[in-house]
Design a protein around this ligand. Structure first.
Ligand SMILES: [Zn+2]
Length: 158
C-alpha cells in the first residue's frame, strides 16, 4: 500500500462587515475574511494538505485568484474538485485533521456541523474528519483579531 501525508496552511485577513465562512458554513460574526473566494480558511488548508500529499502544488496554482471563475466561489466547490483530482490519481482519503486559530467567535458550537458538511462534500464518514479550534491567547494576528489561520494534515492511501 502507498501511504501519503500532506500538510496545508492558510491565512486570511479579517475585515468588518464581510460574511464569515469557515468549514463550509456561515457563522454569525461582525467580521469576515477578505478573499477572492468565500475565504474559507479551513477548506483551503484541507485542500492544500490533500494536494501536498500528492505533490500537486496548492489551490492557488489550481484555482488562480486572478480568475473571474473563482471570484466569490463557495470553497466547497473547490474542495470537491480537489477530491476528484485525488480520486483520478487512484487515492482514497483516509483521514483529515484541521486546526483553526482565531480569537472570536467561539467555534465549538459549530464544529460538528462543519465536520458533517465537509464529510458530505468529500464523501466519507464523519469520523474521518477532525476539526479543532484554538484561540492564541490574544497573541499574534489571530489573537488581535486581524486574521484567521488554519493548519491541516491529510492522509491518503492507494
Ligand atoms: Zn485561503
Amino acid at each position: 500500500m502507498d501511504i501519503r501525508i500532506g500538510h496545508g496552511y492558510d491565512v486570511h485577513r479579517l475585515a468588518e462587515g464581510l460574511r464569515l465562512v469557515i468549514g463550509g458554513i456561515e457563522i454569525e460574526h461582525t467580521k469576515g475574511c477578505l478573499a477572492h473566494s468565500d475565504g474559507d480558511v479551513a477548506i483551503h488548508a484541507i485542500c492544500d494538505a490533500m494536494l501536498g500529499a500528492l505533490a500537486l502544488g496548492d489551490i492557488g496554482k489550481l484555482f488562480p485568484d486572478t480568475s473571474e471563475e473563482f471570484k466569490g466561489i463557495d470553497s466547497k466547490i473547490l474542495l470537491r474538485r480537489v477530491c476528484d483530482i485525488i480520486a483520478e490519481q487512484g487515492y482514497t482519503i483516509s483521514n483529515i485533521d484541521c486546526t483553526i486559530a482565531l480569537q472570536r467567535p467561539k467555534l465549538r458550537p459549530h464544529i460538528d456541523t462543519m465536520r458533517q458538511t465537509l464529510a458530505d462534500v468529500i464523501g466519507f464518514d464523519v469520523d474521518r474528519i477532525s476539526i479543532k479550534a484554538t484561540t492564541t491567547e490574544h497573541l499574534g494576528f489571530e489573537g488581535e483579531e486581524q486574521g484567521i489561520s488554519a493548519h491541516a494534515v491529510a492522509l491518503l492511501t492507494r
